[in-house]
Design a binder for this molecule. Structure first.
Ligand code: XIL
Length: 349
């Protein structure tokens, strides 16, 4: 019989069922309460042809070997948590690609796809652009140079871009950002057309939060992308961020039905930034509830038509913008939490 790959703790080890050493290893792992799995998340997701990804912190990737091991083992997709935001152009016309390049190189050597995040947002802007007074023509020229340079640099390496992030307010109006202020509401159309020109094969997404429910914001985004499609703007998908806590999150049927309103337009949908905060202090009960939320969201993604990927916003509480609320599927010591098992359940249901 061939050796079977078994994940013991954080290592994928080939175990021959007849070897006494292997049996001893398994016995020790069970005694120590280490998780044992035959397949990783990416094995399970691969079988359903869905992307399973995580946002990557460039510094953690560089500094921490365990981070690299777990990331490469469990996920088949990555997105840069911060490294591809507009501050990748720290001075006008000068680009600093090194952090993002490292993430892309890691993805390529681990056969992972890369989502690009994000070309147009109102946060993480370089100072030179955030301040000062700008005409519409100048701002359009910055937009054009930024998108051509960044999308061009990653042409063929980044398969999908969040072209515009968070352009709509909760009440359904356009968010008042530097982009809206300096260019006007057609900045989105320009951004998508420029991204398409820079890499015609890239999948282009609009990405936002609090649109997981059929509320005013989701309705406004639906109307906006419907109009874009009608006008021939190259948009291929909508990302639902899914930053939740254990109190407020959509039920799976409700979320799937909401995603289907978008896929009915011929768009892909993705869960792009999933995390689920726990009110502190965390208890086993709360961790179990967190797992249920993860499970429900994976369930929604599996039920929805044309939901092509689910990404968590980080994967370990050690490196997380929500470290204080332990929002991710691995704990600070990279030990899988009940939320990790819930993702597995969701992917195997
Ligand atoms: C967050 C990062 O996780 C933080 O490290 C950073 O300080 C701020 O941005 N929605 C998004 C992401 O689209 O880009 C944000 O990422 C989280 C909310």
């Amino acid at each position: 019989m061939n050796p079977l790959p078994v994940i013991i703790g954080n290592r994928k080890t080939p175990v021959s069922p007849r070897s006494p050493r292997a049996l001893l290893l398994l016995y020790a792992a069970v005694l120590l309460g280490m998780p044992l799995h035959a397949e990783t998340l990416r094995d399970l997701a691969g079988r359903r042809s869905v992307g399973i990804g995580a946002a990557v912190d460039a510094k953690a990737l560089r500094d921490n070997a365990e981070y690299r091991t777990v990331l490469g083992r469990e996920f088949n997709m990555v997105v840069a948590e911060n490294a591809m935001k507009m501050w990748i152009q720290p001075e006008r016309g000068k680009f600093s690609f090194s952090d993002a390049d490292e993430i892309v190189a890691f993805a390529q050597s681990n056969k992972m796809r890369v989502r690009g995040h994000t070309l147009v947002w109102h946060q993480s802007l370089p100072r030179w652009f955030e301040t000062g007074s700008w005409t519409r023509a100048e701002t359009l020229s910055v937009l054009s140079q930024h998108i051509a340079s960044v999308v061009g640099h990653y042409k063929g390496a980044v398969y999908a871009w969040d072209v515009v992030n968070e352009a709509v307010e909760d009440d359904g109006s356009m968010r008042k950002t530097v982009w809206l202020d300096r260019i006007g509401p057609d900045y989105l159309d320009h951004a998508f057309r420029l991204a398409h020109a820079a890499d015609p094969k890239a999948r282009l997404f609009y990405n936002d939060y609090s649109a997981e429910w059929p509320n005013k914001k989701a309705d406004a985004i639906l109307a906006m992308v419907t109009r874009m499609k009608k006008d021939g703007v190259p948009i291929h998908g909508v990302g639902f961020q899914c930053h939740f806590d254990c109190g407020k999150y959509p039920g799976p049927a409700e979320f799937a039905a909401n995603m289907n309103r978008f896929s009915a337009l011929g768009l892909e949908v993705q869960v792009t930034e999933l995390d689920v905060g726990i009110a502190q202090p965390a208890t086993d009960d709360k961790r179990a509830f967190q797992a249920r939320v993860y499970r429900d969201i994976i369930d929604a993604a599996c039920r929805a038509t044309n939901c092509t990927a689910v990404l968590t916003w980080g994967f370990t509480d050690k490196y997380s913008w929500k470290a204080a609320v332990e929002a991710l599927p691995f704990d600070r010591r990279f030990k899988p939490k009940p939320a990790y098992d819930a993702i597995r359940d969701g992917l195997t249901q």
